[in-house]
Design a protein around this ligand. Structure first.
Ligand SMILES: O=C(O)CCC(=O)C(=O)O
Length: 285
Protein backbone atom coordinates (compact mmCIF):
# COMPACT_ATOMS: atom_id res chain seq x y z
CA UNK A 1 0.00 0.00 0.00
CA UNK A 2 1.33 3.42 -0.93
CA UNK A 3 1.22 6.10 1.75
CA UNK A 4 1.73 9.83 1.79
CA UNK A 5 3.53 10.27 5.11
CA UNK A 6 6.68 11.39 3.37
CA UNK A 7 9.20 13.67 5.06
CA UNK A 8 8.73 17.37 4.39
CA UNK A 9 11.59 19.72 3.46
CA UNK A 10 11.81 20.59 7.18
CA UNK A 11 12.06 16.89 8.11
CA UNK A 12 14.84 16.38 5.56
CA UNK A 13 16.76 19.33 7.03
CA UNK A 14 16.26 17.81 10.51
CA UNK A 15 17.71 14.48 9.26
CA UNK A 16 20.66 16.23 7.64
CA UNK A 17 21.44 18.16 10.83
CA UNK A 18 20.76 15.45 13.39
CA UNK A 19 21.43 12.19 11.56
CA UNK A 20 18.04 10.68 12.38
CA UNK A 21 14.32 11.21 11.84
CA UNK A 22 11.20 9.65 13.41
CA UNK A 23 8.27 8.91 11.10
CA UNK A 24 4.57 9.08 11.88
CA UNK A 25 2.69 5.79 12.12
CA UNK A 26 3.16 3.97 8.80
CA UNK A 27 1.42 0.67 9.61
CA UNK A 28 -2.02 0.24 11.14
CA UNK A 29 -2.84 -1.97 14.10
CA UNK A 30 -4.26 -4.79 11.95
CA UNK A 31 -1.11 -4.96 9.83
CA UNK A 32 1.05 -4.75 12.95
CA UNK A 33 -0.65 -7.73 14.51
CA UNK A 34 0.08 -9.80 11.41
CA UNK A 35 3.71 -8.60 11.37
CA UNK A 36 4.10 -9.45 15.08
CA UNK A 37 2.75 -12.98 14.54
CA UNK A 38 5.22 -13.58 11.74
CA UNK A 39 8.04 -11.98 13.75
CA UNK A 40 7.26 -14.44 16.59
CA UNK A 41 7.27 -17.40 14.18
CA UNK A 42 10.70 -16.43 12.83
CA UNK A 43 12.09 -15.97 16.35
CA UNK A 44 10.79 -19.47 17.13
CA UNK A 45 12.57 -20.84 14.05
CA UNK A 46 9.42 -21.49 12.01
CA UNK A 47 10.46 -20.53 8.51
CA UNK A 48 7.45 -20.66 6.19
CA UNK A 49 9.60 -20.41 3.04
CA UNK A 50 11.82 -23.26 4.33
CA UNK A 51 14.77 -20.99 3.62
CA UNK A 52 16.85 -20.16 6.71
CA UNK A 53 18.02 -16.60 7.41
CA UNK A 54 21.57 -15.47 6.61
CA UNK A 55 22.44 -16.08 10.28
CA UNK A 56 20.96 -15.75 13.74
CA UNK A 57 21.97 -15.48 17.37
CA UNK A 58 21.19 -17.26 19.65
CA UNK A 59 19.69 -20.52 18.36
CA UNK A 60 16.03 -20.67 17.36
CA UNK A 61 13.70 -20.62 20.35
CA UNK A 62 16.25 -19.19 22.81
CA UNK A 63 14.83 -15.85 23.94
CA UNK A 64 16.90 -15.52 27.10
CA UNK A 65 18.96 -12.70 25.55
CA UNK A 66 18.83 -10.33 22.60
CA UNK A 67 17.78 -12.18 19.45
CA UNK A 68 19.29 -10.92 16.19
CA UNK A 69 18.31 -12.56 12.89
CA UNK A 70 19.90 -11.30 9.68
CA UNK A 71 17.95 -11.48 6.43
CA UNK A 72 14.84 -12.71 8.19
CA UNK A 73 12.96 -11.73 5.03
CA UNK A 74 14.30 -14.87 3.31
CA UNK A 75 12.32 -16.97 5.78
CA UNK A 76 8.89 -15.39 5.59
CA UNK A 77 6.83 -13.65 2.88
CA UNK A 78 5.08 -11.30 5.32
CA UNK A 79 8.38 -10.17 6.80
CA UNK A 80 9.57 -9.68 3.19
CA UNK A 81 6.57 -7.43 2.48
CA UNK A 82 7.53 -5.29 5.46
CA UNK A 83 11.28 -5.20 4.82
CA UNK A 84 10.87 -4.34 1.13
CA UNK A 85 8.05 -1.88 1.61
CA UNK A 86 8.18 0.85 -1.08
CA UNK A 87 7.09 3.57 1.36
CA UNK A 88 10.12 2.82 3.53
CA UNK A 89 12.26 2.98 0.38
CA UNK A 90 10.71 6.25 -0.71
CA UNK A 91 11.19 7.89 2.69
CA UNK A 92 14.80 6.66 2.82
CA UNK A 93 15.47 8.03 -0.68
CA UNK A 94 14.10 11.45 0.30
CA UNK A 95 16.12 11.59 3.51
CA UNK A 96 19.34 10.44 1.84
CA UNK A 97 18.76 12.67 -1.19
CA UNK A 98 19.08 9.81 -3.68
CA UNK A 99 16.90 8.51 -6.52
CA UNK A 100 16.71 4.87 -5.53
CA UNK A 101 17.09 2.55 -2.53
CA UNK A 102 18.09 -1.11 -2.25
CA UNK A 103 18.12 -3.46 0.69
CA UNK A 104 21.55 -4.05 2.23
CA UNK A 105 20.21 -6.53 4.76
CA UNK A 106 17.57 -6.74 7.43
CA UNK A 107 17.98 -7.51 11.11
CA UNK A 108 15.02 -8.83 13.04
CA UNK A 109 15.40 -7.99 16.74
CA UNK A 110 13.76 -9.28 19.90
CA UNK A 111 14.81 -7.90 23.28
CA UNK A 112 13.36 -10.03 26.08
CA UNK A 113 11.51 -8.59 29.07
CA UNK A 114 13.74 -7.90 32.10
CA UNK A 115 16.76 -8.48 29.87
CA UNK A 116 19.42 -7.17 32.24
CA UNK A 117 22.70 -6.24 30.55
CA UNK A 118 22.17 -9.07 28.04
CA UNK A 119 19.73 -6.71 26.32
CA UNK A 120 22.26 -3.89 25.87
CA UNK A 121 23.40 -3.01 22.37
CA UNK A 122 26.75 -1.24 22.51
CA UNK A 123 27.22 2.20 20.95
CA UNK A 124 28.27 1.87 17.35
CA UNK A 125 28.17 3.44 13.92
CA UNK A 126 26.82 1.10 11.23
CA UNK A 127 29.31 2.54 8.77
CA UNK A 128 32.13 0.91 10.74
CA UNK A 129 30.80 -2.45 9.59
CA UNK A 130 30.05 -1.31 6.06
CA UNK A 131 33.31 0.17 4.82
CA UNK A 132 33.04 -1.74 1.54
CA UNK A 133 30.27 0.60 0.46
CA UNK A 134 31.71 3.33 -1.76
CA UNK A 135 29.55 6.08 -0.23
CA UNK A 136 28.38 7.26 3.19
CA UNK A 137 24.72 7.57 2.32
CA UNK A 138 23.52 4.23 3.67
CA UNK A 139 20.85 4.43 6.35
CA UNK A 140 18.61 2.29 8.53
CA UNK A 141 14.85 2.16 8.94
CA UNK A 142 14.04 0.75 12.39
CA UNK A 143 10.42 -0.40 12.59
CA UNK A 144 8.66 -0.53 15.98
CA UNK A 145 6.21 -3.44 15.77
CA UNK A 146 4.99 -2.66 19.28
CA UNK A 147 5.28 0.43 21.48
CA UNK A 148 8.94 1.13 22.20
CA UNK A 149 10.11 3.38 25.01
CA UNK A 150 12.91 3.81 27.53
CA UNK A 151 11.43 1.11 29.78
CA UNK A 152 11.72 -1.65 27.20
CA UNK A 153 15.13 -0.49 25.96
CA UNK A 154 14.40 1.69 22.93
CA UNK A 155 17.18 2.60 20.55
CA UNK A 156 19.04 5.81 21.46
CA UNK A 157 20.87 7.99 18.98
CA UNK A 158 23.41 10.75 19.50
CA UNK A 159 22.06 13.71 17.49
CA UNK A 160 24.67 15.21 15.19
CA UNK A 161 27.18 12.38 15.70
CA UNK A 162 27.05 11.54 11.96
CA UNK A 163 29.38 14.55 11.63
CA UNK A 164 32.00 13.12 14.01
CA UNK A 165 33.64 10.87 11.42
CA UNK A 166 34.38 7.22 12.17
CA UNK A 167 35.13 6.61 15.85
CA UNK A 168 36.21 2.97 15.60
CA UNK A 169 33.71 2.11 18.35
CA UNK A 170 31.75 -0.61 16.67
CA UNK A 171 30.64 -2.94 19.40
CA UNK A 172 27.08 -4.13 18.85
CA UNK A 173 27.48 -6.83 21.49
CA UNK A 174 29.27 -4.62 24.03
CA UNK A 175 27.26 -4.78 27.23
CA UNK A 176 29.33 -2.29 29.24
CA UNK A 177 27.99 0.81 27.58
CA UNK A 178 28.91 3.12 30.47
CA UNK A 179 32.59 2.32 29.90
CA UNK A 180 32.12 2.94 26.18
CA UNK A 181 30.40 6.27 26.86
CA UNK A 182 33.46 7.48 28.76
CA UNK A 183 35.80 6.37 25.96
CA UNK A 184 33.74 8.14 23.31
CA UNK A 185 33.63 11.35 25.37
CA UNK A 186 37.42 11.22 25.65
CA UNK A 187 37.80 10.62 21.92
CA UNK A 188 35.43 13.34 20.77
CA UNK A 189 35.95 15.83 23.59
CA UNK A 190 32.18 16.33 23.55
CA UNK A 191 29.47 15.38 26.04
CA UNK A 192 27.75 12.16 25.02
CA UNK A 193 24.05 12.98 25.02
CA UNK A 194 21.62 10.46 23.59
CA UNK A 195 18.10 10.95 22.31
CA UNK A 196 15.81 8.00 23.07
CA UNK A 197 13.80 7.01 19.96
CA UNK A 198 10.45 6.54 21.67
CA UNK A 199 8.11 5.12 19.04
CA UNK A 200 4.47 4.07 19.17
CA UNK A 201 3.85 0.79 17.31
CA UNK A 202 3.93 1.29 13.54
CA UNK A 203 6.33 4.25 13.59
CA UNK A 204 9.78 4.00 12.06
CA UNK A 205 13.03 5.73 13.00
CA UNK A 206 15.60 6.40 10.28
CA UNK A 207 19.28 6.91 11.09
CA UNK A 208 22.35 7.79 9.04
CA UNK A 209 25.09 5.14 8.85
CA UNK A 210 27.51 7.36 10.80
CA UNK A 211 25.08 8.21 13.61
CA UNK A 212 26.20 6.73 16.94
CA UNK A 213 23.44 4.58 18.44
CA UNK A 214 22.75 1.63 20.70
CA UNK A 215 20.33 0.70 23.46
CA UNK A 216 20.05 -0.24 27.11
CA UNK A 217 18.38 -3.05 29.00
CA UNK A 218 14.70 -3.82 28.85
CA UNK A 219 13.56 -3.22 32.43
CA UNK A 220 9.88 -3.79 31.65
CA UNK A 221 7.77 -6.95 31.54
CA UNK A 222 7.12 -6.43 27.81
CA UNK A 223 9.41 -7.64 25.04
CA UNK A 224 10.82 -5.11 22.58
CA UNK A 225 9.76 -6.26 19.10
CA UNK A 226 11.27 -4.63 16.04
CA UNK A 227 13.07 -5.02 12.78
CA UNK A 228 15.94 -2.92 11.45
CA UNK A 229 16.10 -2.52 7.67
CA UNK A 230 19.55 -1.51 6.47
CA UNK A 231 19.43 0.34 3.17
CA UNK A 232 21.86 1.54 0.49
CA UNK A 233 21.45 4.01 -2.37
CA UNK A 234 20.82 2.30 -5.71
CA UNK A 235 24.16 2.31 -7.57
CA UNK A 236 26.32 1.78 -4.47
CA UNK A 237 29.53 0.00 -5.42
CA UNK A 238 31.89 -2.43 -3.70
CA UNK A 239 35.21 -1.00 -2.51
CA UNK A 240 37.56 -3.95 -2.26
CA UNK A 241 40.39 -2.28 -0.34
CA UNK A 242 38.29 -1.45 2.74
CA UNK A 243 38.76 -3.34 5.98
CA UNK A 244 35.62 -3.57 8.09
CA UNK A 245 34.83 -4.99 11.49
CA UNK A 246 33.78 -8.62 11.40
CA UNK A 247 30.08 -8.61 10.63
CA UNK A 248 27.36 -10.42 8.78
CA UNK A 249 28.01 -8.16 5.80
CA UNK A 250 31.36 -9.84 5.26
CA UNK A 251 29.40 -12.49 3.42
CA UNK A 252 27.75 -9.91 1.20
CA UNK A 253 30.86 -8.57 -0.52
CA UNK A 254 30.94 -8.43 -4.30
CA UNK A 255 33.53 -10.31 -6.33
CA UNK A 256 35.38 -7.35 -7.90
CA UNK A 257 36.34 -3.83 -6.90
CA UNK A 258 33.82 -1.35 -8.33
CA UNK A 259 31.00 -3.89 -8.78
CA UNK A 260 27.56 -2.41 -8.17
CA UNK A 261 25.47 -3.94 -5.42
CA UNK A 262 22.50 -5.27 -7.40
CA UNK A 263 20.63 -8.47 -8.17
CA UNK A 264 18.46 -10.61 -5.92
CA UNK A 265 20.57 -10.20 -2.75
CA UNK A 266 20.06 -6.43 -2.85
CA UNK A 267 16.46 -5.92 -4.02
CA UNK A 268 15.10 -2.51 -4.97
CA UNK A 269 12.64 -0.91 -2.52
CA UNK A 270 12.16 2.24 -4.52
CA UNK A 271 13.37 3.83 -7.71
CA UNK A 272 12.16 7.26 -8.72
CA UNK A 273 12.41 6.58 -12.44
CA UNK A 274 10.76 3.14 -12.33
CA UNK A 275 7.67 2.64 -10.16
CA UNK A 276 7.66 -1.09 -11.04
CA UNK A 277 11.23 -1.72 -9.90
CA UNK A 278 9.94 -3.07 -6.56
CA UNK A 279 8.70 -6.52 -7.57
CA UNK A 280 8.34 -7.68 -3.97
CA UNK A 281 5.02 -6.07 -3.14
CA UNK A 282 3.32 -8.82 -5.16
CA UNK A 283 4.58 -11.40 -2.64
CA UNK A 284 1.53 -12.78 -0.83
CA UNK A 285 1.57 -13.79 2.79
O1 LIG B 1 17.92 -2.05 18.20
C1 LIG B 1 18.79 -1.34 18.68
O2 LIG B 1 18.72 -0.93 19.83
C2 LIG B 1 19.97 -0.96 17.82
C3 LIG B 1 19.75 -1.40 16.41
C4 LIG B 1 20.87 -1.05 15.50
O3 LIG B 1 22.00 -1.10 15.85
C5 LIG B 1 20.54 -0.63 14.15
O4 LIG B 1 19.36 -0.65 13.77
O5 LIG B 1 21.45 -0.25 13.39
Amino acid sequence: MERNDLPSAKDITFYQQNGYWLSPKLFDDKELEVFRNHHAAVVAGQYETKRPPLNREPDAGDVSRLVQINNAYWTDATIARLVLHPTIGKIAARLAGVKGIRLWHDQLLYKPPQSGKAGNIGWHQDRGYWLWLDNENALTAWVALDDVDEENGCMEVVPGSHRWGLLGEDHFYQQDIEQQTKRIEEKTGQPFKTQPCVLPAGCVSFHHCLTVHGSRANVSDRPRISIAIHLIPDGTRYKADAVSEDHTNNTLRQPNDGDTYAGPYFPVLFREDDPNANIWMSVKS
